[in-house]
Ligand binder design. Structure first.
Ligand SMILES: Nc1nc2c(ncn2[C@@H]2O[C@H](COP(=O)(O)OP(=O)(O)OP(=O)(O)O)[C@@H](O)[C@H]2O)c(=O)[nH]1
Ligand SMILES: [Mg+2]
Length: 346
């Protein structure tokens, strides 16, 4: 999954990027677009890897894209270039500044920044939707398509981001390729000063996030990027000292998985133990396609062991002997933590 870090100049995007990826990109000035990949920590993979001792262990991955803010503009905003870069992302992480940045004249106003960001995105979407609607009406396009764009227009005009509309309310088939920003899943990071690193998201902010259909978490990117530089054995102690229960990366990934409704399934064996990310509700055959298109094409059946069953019995043989191996067809809905063996024939 590809997540774009967005936000106004100096909100701490690059610092968040460093904290997540463990990289050491210079902070404090715009710079270039950067990409970084992180392994999704998963204790279940650690355990399976211990049991199978495979040649290779592969965690799920999350890709971050650090999008530089617009500097030197007379008002806070997103440049056309930034807007284009934001359109390329599967999900957005909006970094809100909730610390005093000596390089910026204005003091922190995370709620105001959230509103400003939402307004910019809504405005950019309105422009696209209006233009398309005009043309569609002139061309006498499919009335179903016109209705879809009209609904989008009404939502945007009443300050409802498109992501709030259900599949029944909005026929998204027509919106592919338009890159509408308010339809992108949105995760908001409230970037805090060090002293408040352990404080949660305040109630008023949580309400605002609900109105945007966004997920949210609070952290101090500076603290977390310092932690990311430590040896793994020192990280836990440092977090503990600050009263932080879990690293930002772990919290971020959990929030992102929940927001995007993502789950993991596993493949195991002497060659490789590996995690795969899918949307909740994905069926066995489509899940097999994540591994390889041949497995989807030639899908026969999936042999499934839920992770908890595997742990309770200790080995695949023991699970089989207990009669607990599930043999499932193409329409089986894969659950989080399923261990899958796909039988196929091409
Ligand atoms: N006190 C404090 N300072 C922070 C925190 N996060 C970032 N900063 C500082 O804020 C400044 C800007 O941080 P960056 O990460 O470069 O911000 P950015 O959003 O990437 O900025 P642009 O890419 O230029 O838009 C740097 O001096 C950081 O050290 C934080 O959690 N607490
Ligand atoms: Mg930056």
């Amino acid at each position: 999954m590809k997540i774009g870090l967005v936000g106004f100049a100096g909100s701490g995007k690059t610092t968040v990027f460093n904290a997540m990826t463990g990289l050491d990109v210079p902070v404090g000035f715009g710079g270039e677009l950067r990409l970084g990949t992180v392994k999704v920590p998963d204790a279940r993979i650690d355990h399976l890897s211990g049991v199978f001792a495979p040649r290779k262990t592969t965690y799920a991955e999350m890709r971050f894209c650090d999008i530089p803010g617009e500097h030197g503009a007379d008002k806070k905003g997103l440049s056309p270039r930034a807007l284009q870069q934001i359109r390329d992302q599967e999900a957005l992480c909006l970094v809100l500044r909730d610390f005093e940045n000596p390089a910026l004249a204005e003091s922190a106003d995370p709620a105001g920044d959230l509103d400003a960001f939402a307004a910019e995105c809504a405005f950019a979407d309105l422009e696209i939707v209006e233009r398309r609607l005009d043309r569609a009406r002139k061309e006498g396009a499919d009335p179903v398509e016109i209705t879809a764009f009209e609904k989008a227009l009404v939502a945007l005009e009443s300050e409802r981001p498109l992501r709030l509309l259900t599949e029944d309310e909005l026929d998204r088939g027509f919106f592919k390729g338009y890159g509408l920003l308010t339809d992108r899943p949105l995760l908001v990071v409230l970037n805090r000063a060090e002293e408040r690193a352990a404080d949660g998201v305040p109630e008023t902010m949580a309400e605002r996030l609900t109105r945007q259909g966004a997920g949210g978490l609070a952290l101090s990117a500076r603290v977390e990027s310092e932690i990311a530089d430590l040896e793994p054995e020192d990280q836990a102690a440092f977090l503990d000292d600050l009263g932080i229960e879990e690293s930002a990366l772990a919290r971020f990934i959990r929030a992102a998985y929940a927001l995007l409704d993502l789950i993991s399934f596993f493949t195991v064996g002497p060659d490789e133990v590996r995690a795969w990310t899918i949307r909740r509700g994905t069926r066995a055959r489509a899940a097999a396609g994540r591994i390889h298109t041949d497995l989807e094409r030639g899908f026969i059946r999936a042999e499934v062991i839920p992770y908890a069953t595997f742990v309770a019995h200790g080995s695949e043989t023991a699970v089989k002997e207990a009669g607990l191996l599930q043999v499932e067809g193409k329409d089986y809905v894969v659950s989080d933590g399923d261990i899958l063996h796909v039988r196929f024939n091409v």
